[in-house]
Unconditional design. Structure first.
Length: 746
């Protein structure tokens, strides 16, 4: 076998030329692709990445150029011509060809005949090529190409390498699908690919899907990786029963790695032009997002319609934090008329809250102002909550101070309402406990004092504006923990038996004349039966002479996973409760609570909760659920919820493969009392190698009597964009189907 001559540091071959060794700046594309897939979280990280990439480029620039061939000839210091199986290597660039010529003055290589070029993992094959080694500029004629960064491929009449980061494709195609006949591809007059900016720009382009043109545009911008970039987002077509046909053309501004802005004008056929904007920001000490949308002169209502939502969190100082949550809608019907808006369809209380929190070593101080906008459903009206203008709250606590735990709360609030009694309320609530905790038992006696004073305004003439109340409470929480080795479904487990007793004694204080700013009867559940007060808020302190008994048993596997949990609990009263909100006296014992949850198998889990009335032997509340997930993207959920004389619903949802690459998705939340679907959706998904398709029809309640319906179709092209008709169905599926996973995710 004849050995190829290798051109390197050989003075015998060319005495006047010590070597063909040139310094070429070669971009570390692969390193950049790894680093820029996820946007830097801080300016410091961005600086580290830039320094690392620059160092890699400097190292490649100093790399020598090595050429191999079976034959070579030339003129010293002018050119060298190589023939037969030529290979040129410079850093991360390798070129193979039948013939090649290196020109010393221009520091470039011309190659022809079965040219194959590899630049940092990207592959090009063409009829001829020219590369300027120092600047990495050049071109390839009639190439087919494959890009490492995003697995893109295509062909062109010519590719110009502008520099180490930018290339220009003339009369070419672009696709992330494999094969000679890709399912989708972009045909463009020019394709400007910039790895430094991580984006591609297609000029005068047509998008083909399964051989059919589906989109033509004078300019189209797309990412070369998963990073964000500015440009028009795919247009959105859709329809709903409330607004008719819709068309939106969003534009995305990638202001900085930690800031962006999206503008989304939308034409709604029955109503007019709706304009919207969403801004997001993230810093080392702050984060938030704000959305605003509006429609001038709605053609249906002849009014201006708009909505706002803003969330912000900021650490002003190491000890001082600022938070706000602001929501507003122009009218009661906004969420139902614009059910795909920034307001939630089922949300009828829009919170406006701003607060400052100062944190000390064992205490914190919070200043808060808040109120609610009530979006009324006049078929089922709700009362407006009181505004807190403002509320000052102090909390301090310490544990194990000579064996004692203590805490203290103080709260001063000004309550305001446009029509009802208003006033100021001061609450003081110190607590002291002495926990005795051992591996097999615990006993926690606790003493607390609840002192309240009111100063009222806007009262009925003759009503006392001042009220005072001091209520002590004594409680003892105790329990035992027994363990034994057992088996469950053929597996060795540790079974526990955990009896618990909780005693509370609170004397009676007359409170019927007190205002009710924020109190209500707490939901009866396992968390509530182990609390001292049966009311929420601070306006009612329930009298109590009661004991709660509960029994819990757990089955814990050897790896620590809880396989099964069983619980029952009941509260027993030693006196008749006299403090009420509904003027209904309590029986001698509470409803019985029963609960069970566990994993029948690694793929099947179930849970159940039941509140049983001991007088009527009927269930007051109940919920039952089963979840089966044998593998990823295969899940079925079934649940039943009951509230006596109020609610009875059956909820079924799931995601399941029905054929090769086809998935069915759906949910039905059916009211057995009203005999109607409260929320429901049905759809299909198809997953190809480089694209996904979703069809989704949705129906949901906008108030107690009316529903809205709409449809969505989404075509997701890997590495290019999501072309959507209607609203984003992935968000709807995640919201409605517990455990749903997009088929495009691995």
């Amino acid at each position: 076998m004849r050995r190829k001559p290798v051109l390197s540091h050989s003075p015998l071959m060319f005495p006047t030329i010590p070597a063909i060794v040139v310094s070429v700046l070669v971009p570390a594309f692969f390193a950049q692709a790894q680093a820029q897939t996820t946007a830097p979280q801080s300016f410091e990280e961005d600086l580290v990445l830039r320094q690392k990439n620059n160092q890699t480029k400097a190292d490649d620039k100093n790399a020598p150029t090595t050429v191999q061939s079976e034959r070579l000839w030339g003129r010293p210091e002018r050119f060298i011509h190589f023939e037969n199986d030529v290979e040129v290597v410079k850093g991360a660039t390798t070129m193979n060809a039948d013939k090649a010529t290196y020109r010393f003055l221009e520091d470039e290589v011309d190659a022809e005949g079965k040219v194959s070029l590899q630049r940092n993992g990207d592959c090009y094959k063409g009829d001829s090529a020219r590369i300027q080694l120092d600047s990495s500029s050049g071109n390839v004629i009639n190439p087919v190409y494959k890009l490492l960064r995003n697995n893109a491929q295509g062909k062109a009449e010519k590719i110009d390498f502008i520099d180490e980061e930018r290339s220009l494709i003339h009369q070419g195609t672009y696709s992330t699908c494999d094969g000679l006949d890709p399912d989708w591809y972009l045909r463009a007059e020019t394709l400007d690919l910039d790895t430094g900016l991580d984006k591609g720009i297609a000029g005068k382009s047509v998008l083909y899907f399964l051989g059919t043109p589906i989109l033509a545009t004078p300019s189209l911008t797309f990412p070369l990786s998963g990073a964000r970039h500015s440009g028009f987002l795919p247009p959105v077509f859709g329809a709903s029963s409330k607004g008719g046909a819709e068309f939106a053309l969003p534009y995305y501004f990638n202001i900085a790695p930690n800031r962006d802005l999206t503008l989304y004008p939308k034409v709604i056929s029955r109503r007019g032009l709706q304009l919207g904007a969403e801004g997001r920001y993230l810093g080392e000490t702050y984060r938030g997002e704000t959305s605003l949308e509006g429609l001038n002169n709605d053609r249906v209502t002849n009014t201006n319609r708009y909505a706002l939502t803003s969330v912000h969190q900021q650490q002003l100082l190491p000890e001082l934090a600022l938070n706000w949550n602001l929501n507003y809608a122009s009218d009661d019907n906004y969420p139902s008329d614009f059910s795909n808006s920034i307001t939630k369809t089922s949300q009828r209380l829009l919170l406006r809250d701003i607060n400052f929190t100062y944190t000390g070593s064992f205490w914190n101080l919070n200043l808060r102002a808040s109120n609610y906008q009530v979006l009324q459903d006049y078929a089922a009206p709700i009362a407006r909550p009181y505004d807190r203008l403002p509320q000052l709250q102090f909390h301090a606590e310490q544990h194990d101070v000579k064996g004692f735990d203590w805490s203290a709360d103080a709260m001063l609030t000004r309550f305001w309402h446009p029509t009802q009694v208003r006033g100021d309320r001061l609450v003081l609530n110190p607590q002291v406990s002495f926990p005795m905790v051992e591996p097999g038992y615990f006993v926690v006696p606790k003493v607390s004092l609840h002192a309240t004073t009111y100063q009222l305004s806007n009262i009925v003439p003759g009503q006392d504006p001042n009220f005072h109340r001091v209520v002590p409470t004594f409680s003892v929480d105790s329990g035992l923990v027994f363990e034994r080795q057992s088996t469950l479904l053929g597996k060795e487990v540790t079974q526990t038996l955990e009896p618990r007793l909780f005693y509370v004694r609170t004397p009676y204080r007359e409170q019927s004349a007190f205002p009710n700013f924020d109190s209500g009867v707490a939901d009866f559940n396992f968390a509530q039966i182990f609390s001292e007060n049966r009311f929420t808020g601070q306006d009612r302190i329930g009298d109590a002479n009661q004991i709660t008994a509960a029994l819990v048993s757990r089955y814990i596997e050897m790896d620590g996973e809880e396989r099964l949990k069983l619980a029952l609990g009941q509260r027993f009263y030693f006196n008749t409760q006299r403090v009420t909100l509904d003027n209904v006296n309590s029986p001698s014992r509470s409803d019985l609570l029963l609960a069970a949850s566990g994993k029948v198998s690694p793929t099947l889990s179930a849970d159940a909760a039941l509140q049983l009335n001991q007088s009527t032997h009927q269930s007051v509340q109940a919920s039952y659920g089963i979840r089966w997930q044998p593998e990823v993207k295969k899940i079925l959920n079934l649940s039943y919820r009951l509230q006596r004389d109020t609610l009875k619903q059956l909820d079924i949802s799931g995601q399941w493969p029905i054929a090769n690459r086809w998935y069915a998705v759906g949910r039905s939340n059916y009211s057995l009392m009203d005999k109607r679907v409260v929320d429901g959706l049905v759809g299909f998904e198809y997953k190809a190698d480089c694209w996904s398709l979703r069809f989704l029809a949705q129906r949901f309640a906008v108030n107690s009597t009316n529903n809205n319906s709409g449809f969505s179709i989404q075509l997701e092209l890997n590495g290019l964009a999501r072309l959507g008709i209607g609203n984003n169905p992935i968000e709807a599926l995640k919201r409605n189907i517990s455990g749903y996973q997009p088929i495009s995710e691995r």
